[in-house]
Design a protein around this ligand. Structure first.
Ligand code: PEP
Length: 251
């Protein structure tokens, strides 16, 4: 399975910073095409500019959220069709920051994923436990509930990707042990095989404090099929270092 390395810029950057970052990543990609799929997910206002810079570069564009509806009276929201219009192929859904900041439930995430898939996007559906849940030993139960409720019935290996992101590892510099990552990814794989058509082939990304220094080790873990990268995706050198780490386990 080809790995996917996705950069989630969150609400960071400026038009100028985006242009510089994309130019740097493109230059690295032109020098050495890696055997991994690359994806950039800038904030909505920069999608058009980043999309036109990425044209023909072989690097995909994605949004960080979308609405369940195709259009209508939803001030401040963006539909999946609008993302497609701007050249997006992917959308991140159910990120823990949206689950927390906007009280998004797994049921809402499933309807967003259904809308995204219907519009032709690949939905990256995020799941992950909090530190308290892990300390209580409840991580498998929590992630299972999130998968059951957030992954729509029409998800397949072609139109959906799971991102396992322990909430306590996001932006903290802390990561689970390699053994814990493997255990959770095997758990998720088992659930996908039971519940999703082609679940054996659906990509499962790891996210949470991935850096160039730990990427190769994390990407080599069985059932880890790429990374969702936050902070480190804002520096071309770091994002590229992570892509190189993922490429090592591809080889
Ligand atoms: C994320 O926000 O998806 C993420 C994984 O962030 P970070 O890499 O900064 O931990």
């Amino acid at each position: 399975m080809r790995s996917l390395v996705a950069g989630n810029w969150k609400m960071n950057g400026s038009l100028a910073m985006a242009a510089g970052l994309v130019a740097d990543i493109k230059a690295r990609h032109q020098k050495a095409v890696l055997p991994v799929d690359l994806l950039l997910c800038p904030p909505f206002p920069y999608l058009a500019a980043v999309g036109s810079q990425l044209k023909g570069a072989g690097i995909a564009l994605g949004g960080q959220d979308c609405h369940t509806a195709g259009s209508g009276a939803h001030t401040g929201d963006v539909s999946a069709a609008m993302l497609v219009d701007l050249g997006c192929c992917y959308v991140i859904l159910g990120h823990s920051e949206r689950r927390t900041d906007h009280s998004e439930s797994s049921v809402l995430v499933a309807s967003k994923a259904k809308a995204a898939i219907g519009a032709g996007l690949v939905a990256i559906i995020c799941v992950g436990e909090t530190e308290a849940q892990r300390n209580a030993g409840d991580q498998n139960k929590i992630v299972e509930k999130q998968i059951v409720e957030s992954v729509p019935a029409d998800a397949t290996a072609e139109n959906a990707v799971i991102a396992y992101e322990p909430v306590w590892a996001i932006g903290t510099g802390k990561t689970p042990t390699v053994g814990d990552v493997e255990a959770m990814h095997r758990h998720i794989r088992g659930l996908l095989k039971q519940r999703v058509s082609g679940g054996a082939a659906m990509r499962i990304l790891y996210g949470g404090s991935v850096k160039p220094t730990n990427a190769a080790e994390l990407m080599a873990v069985p059932e880890v099929n790429g990374a969702l990268v936050g902070g480190a995706s804002l520096k071309a050198e770091d994002f590229w270092g992570i892509a190189e780490g993922a490429a090592k386990s591809a080889g």
